[in-house]
Design a binder for this molecule. Structure first.
Ligand code: MN
Length: 240
């Protein structure tokens, strides 16, 4: 049995390929895996658990199919879907994780995070993150009528698209020192995260100790996964 870790599917009704790829991953891997960790930006946008659409229902059915195949589901929010709440969690039966969170992968302590927490060179973004993570503001937003929330989210996405073009991409990346500090503080030699859409391994040595940061891929062109087994792991894409 293996553990699967994924992130940044950015599921949306405009791009149904993502959900189809998620189904394909289940058909190929669910029988061989015990746990599925989703590290944020599962949805492209989320404005509240009351926003029920046919697409949401189809995604819920897909997550329930994973559960039915005996896979434990864990979800950590990203910067797109941090409003996914308890009601949705109850529908799909996943366990919600804090960001960051230390987990045990076959006796190894691993730090999981969406990843935006480590983009500390981007002060403007960190301000926005603090703002959107404040409980009272979230409650205030969720109290607005659904149509208004949808409109605000649409505007925010547009703003984010423009922002990405304005800011130096280096500034938006993970700051190695920040990630390393979190790993040391959490006593975890491994960090797994998404968010940057730049899959790969980063290995640091400090005080003669190796620290590994594994970045997951987004699902823009294919289903991407980290398969973590007892004897090794694989980071890459799954083809139909
Ligand atoms: Mn993200």
């Amino acid at each position: 049995m293996s553990i699967l870790v994924i992130s940044d599917l950015h599921l949306s009704p405009e791009e149904p390929y993502g959900l189809a790829a998620f189904t394909m991953l289940r058909q190929k891997w669910a029988h061989a895996c015990s746990d599925l960790y989703i590290l944020g930006d599962f949805f492209e946008a989320w404005v509240g658990d009351d926003d029920n659409t046919a697409f949401v229902d189809a995604t819920v059915a897909e997550l329930q199919a994973w559960k039915k195949q005996g896979v434990n589901l864990y979800f950590m929010a990203g910067n797109r879907d941090f409003l996914l709440g308890k009601r949705f969690a109850e529908r799909v039966g996943w366990t919600q994780l804090q960001d960051p969170q230390v987990v045990d992968f076959y006796g190894l302590s691993v730090l999981l995070s969406h990843g935006d927490l480590f983009c500390t060179d981007d002060k403007g973004y960190q301000r926005w993150r603090r703002y959107t993570h404040s409980r009272w503001l979230q409650r205030l937003f969720l109290a607005l009528p659904l149509c208004l929330r949808r409109r605000i989210a649409q505007k925010a996405r547009q703003k984010s698209k423009n922002y990405v073009h304005l800011v130096d991409p280096v500034k938006m990346d993970i700051v190695s020192d920040t990630a390393l500090a979190w790993m040391k503080q959490s006593h975890t030699p491994v960090l797994i995260h998404g968010h940057t859409h730049k899959p790969g391994y980063h290995i640091y040595y400090q005080d003669k100790q190796p620290f590994t940061r594994i970045t997951l891929s987004d699902w823009h062109d294919a289903a991407h996964v980290l398969v973590w087994g007892r004897t090794g792991h694989y980071l890459g894409s799954i083809t139909p």
